[in-house]
Design a protein. Structure first.
Length: 706
């Protein structure tokens, strides 16, 4: 291997940038000594982006030509931010520097060498929707009878193909491990995906996966091209290396094969994307893959208080498969993170909403407050509570609850049950059935619009095309079942238990999460005995969200600041933990920390699943700067109450790291003695007013019924 080493006569005193002043000792060590193969383990909040950009600036100041540097990132935003920082440091744009996402760099290279991998230089790129449309066309071309049984949707088929290609696996193995219910369809699935590959070839097109796969094929199959590229890229820097898949790691290895100067930055403790085929072994095995690897650790944290970092350090310490490191705080000491067991999910939501109000009064801006959760359905009760209180929020990681397609589907069934004349509801519900297209759905809706009851509809002799007969008969079984129910919660569960569950499984890769959404919807419905009242409240809640969104020009996330005459107001954030990675807030709530939910029960059945779930908990914890709350409901269930176990991640933490908050019911303003453990003092509304102690004992102020 030929190494490219910088000249040693560079005088730091002549540099435009004062590296010693701008960087801490850990960071400057990376910047000045990042020759050869280097693994930079950058803990949360340790300034990894700063370190990378200063390293690039340092190389350019030392005379490395911009075109000889390759900077690989995972998002366009990260690439633009780093390039902008380099420009600011140097006082001029780094023209010629190769910086961008893996996919954008692959596209740039393939535009020159595409003919070597079976495409022309004019190849087109298919986005996700284009890919699904092509898969749908292939399903039709193969001649699969999708009306006889619930066949995997184009989205599911594309997900199977994509995961197999990015993980280096095969279609049969992916189906067996991740989609076992599709096992009987395997021959058809394989035929469709094979045809999909052929069709792309014929169309001179590539999807996003192809950009990486074809680049890997290029550098592995053509030694002359690999040599040319690897000679050009004297220095390669990779951000978020823990998120790379096997294809990306192979590409980096080949592009670094001449000079051997590859510096990867990442944090194995924040590797949380295995569901996207990210391979943690890439970072864990880096010292074995590259000889004479230097390992740097960035552990000085500029984000969080010592109390928050103590929790993060203690939690991740439980993982066995990792590079051990301990984050050290720069920020001053503040309060310990709070542990809050609530009676029910509703009480948990009420507590969080009240604390948000308290934080606002204490001067914390709404956009500096976030509530994080493992899965989208965990936030349902909180969404209802925030809407009742008129609290504006931004939802990340999906749609707001009533805007989700599966919730709207179930609501359409409920509307049909209440009002058989509701043509819009009929159209949505019928559109979910095998063999029933728009024209057939319109025909059925016209035939039933004079019906007074659902029983009348069921007894009617509906004229329907033969291809739609099976779907209609299945739907009639659902109608017959829900016609006998009056309880909103039981109606929802009846809909889920019948054909709709099969529909979700066939249609969506995340069907299990959607089923959890609907169970939470049923739990919410238990507070209602009348279907009309329930649907009124659901519709008004959904309309309120839509109205706010329309008025601000953003249907999914918009709100209106009425005090300022229609401008966009500042909003707190609700987010899945996955979507929160890389972000930070002054105050963070991590909610619904119940065993089986967080950690996720399905993940525990996968190899390495428990450790990845713990890394997810670590990511959630390290998003907080000053205030951190862990909450969970003690009870759940509907027919019979079920006692929840707190998340094992909470049980693993030493008691002294957390401040216990006990939500108690008593007369407002009275004090309740608690001898068992320290507590936060709450006022009559359950809002924090600090701690009161007497002779080492703690008091807990009682709170009214939440």
């Amino acid at each position: 291997m030929k190494e490219f080493i910088l000249e040693d006569n560079f005088d730091l005193g002549s540099a435009k940038i004062d590296y010693a002043k701008k960087l801490n000792p850990e960071q400057i060590d990376v910047v000045l000594h990042g020759e050869g193969s280097c693994l930079v383990l950058a803990g949360a909040g340790s300034g990894k982006t700063r370190t990378i950009t200063y390293r690039v600036a340092y190389l350019l100041e030392r005379g490395v030509m911009p075109e000889n540097i390759l900077l690989l990132t995972f998002t366009n935003k990260a690439a633009k931010e780093m390039m902008g920082r380099v420009e600011a440091l140097l006082g001029k744009p780094p023209h010629g520097l190769w910086g961008g996402t893996f996919h954008s760099v692959a596209n740039r290279i393939l535009r020159t060498y595409a003919t070597s991998v079976g495409r022309s230089q004019r190849f087109t790129i298919l986005d996700e929707e284009d890919s699904k449309s092509l898969v749908k066309s292939c399903v039709k071309a193969v001649g699969v009878d999708t009306t006889a049984r619930r066949f995997p949707s184009p989205a599911n088929l594309h997900a199977i193909a994509s995961y197999a290609r990015n993980s280096g696996s095969t279609i049969p193995k992916v189906v067996e491990a991740r989609y076992p219910s599709f096992g009987s369809f395997l021959p058809s699935i394989q035929s469709i995906i094979d045809l999909y590959e052929t069709r792309k070839q014929e169309a001179d097109a590539m999807d996003f996966d192809d950009l990486l796969l074809k680049l890997r094929e290029l550098v592995y199959s053509h030694d002359d091209i690999r040599q040319r590229l690897a000679t050009q890229f004297q220095y390669i820097l990779v951000d978020e290396f823990q998120d790379t898949n096997v294809v990306q790691a192979d590409i980096v290895r080949q592009l670094a094969s001449v000079h051997g100067n590859v510096l990867v930055v990442g944090d194995d403790a924040q590797s949380i994307y295995s569901f996207r085929a990210a391979e943690i072994r890439n970072i864990l095995n880096f010292p074995d893959t590259y000889s004479n690897t230097k390992v740097f650790r960035l552990t000085t944290n500029y984000r969080s208080t010592p109390e928050i970092l103590a929790v993060a350090n203690a939690s991740i310490h439980e993982n066995k498969d990792q590079f051990e490191k301990k984050l050290k705080a720069v920020c001053g000491s503040l309060e310990r993170p709070c542990l809050v067991p609530a009676g029910t999910a509703q009480q948990e939501a009420q507590y969080i909403a009240q604390q948000i109000s308290t934080l606002r009064r204490e001067g914390v801006a709404p956009q500096e407050i976030a509530v994080l959760f493992r899965a989208a359905f965990h936030s349902q009760a909180l969404e209802f509570e925030l809407m009742k209180r008129g609290v504006a929020y931004e939802y990340r990681g999906g749609m707001k609850f009533f805007q989700r397609a599966h919730v709207k589907d179930v609501v359409a069934h409920l509307r049909v049950r209440l009002n058989p004349k509701d043509e819009v509801a009929w159209m949505r519900a019928l559109g979910l059935l095998n063999g029933i297209g728009l024209a057939t759905a319109e025909g059925i809706a016209r035939q039933v619009r004079d019906a007074e009851t659902l029983e009348h509809v069921i007894a009617m002799p509906i004229k329907i095309p033969s291809r739609a007969q099976a779907g209609w008969e299945t739907f009639k079984r659902t109608l017959t079942k829900i016609a006998r129910e009056d309880s909103p919660s039981e109606l929802i569960r009846s809909i889920i238990a019948l054909d709709y569950q099969d529909y979700l499984q066939a249609e969506y890769p995340d069907f299990a999460d959607r089923l959890e959404d609907l169970e939470q919807f049923a739990l919410f419905a238990e507070d209602y005995t009348d279907l009309k009242t329930f649907l009124d409240e659901v519709s008004l809640s959904a309309d309120y969200e839509g109205e706010r969104g329309e008025r601000s020009g953003n249907r999914e996330q918009g709100t209106v600041n009425r005090e300022q005459g229609g401008g966009r107001e500042e909003r707190m954030v609700l987010s899945t933990v996955h979507q929160a990675k890389g972000l930070e807030w002054d105050a963070v709530f991590v909610m619904h920390l119940v065993d089986g939910k967080f950690p996720n029960e399905r993940a525990l059945n996968e190899d390495g699943g428990l450790e990845e779930e713990r890394r997810l908990f670590y990511v959630a914890t390290t998003r907080a700067r000053k205030h951190l709350f862990f909450t969970y409901p003690v009870m759940s269930g509907y027919d019979t109450l079920e006692l929840n176990q707190p998340s094992m991640f909470l049980a693993e933490l030493p008691d002294e790291l957390l401040e216990s908050v006990k939500i108690k019911h008593s007369m407002a303003g009275t004090r309740r003695w608690d001898e068992d453990e320290p507590t936060i003092v709450l006022d009559a509304r359950g809002e924090r007013i600090g701690k009161e102690t007497m002779e080492g004992k703690s008091f807990l102020r009682g709170i009214d019924e939440l």
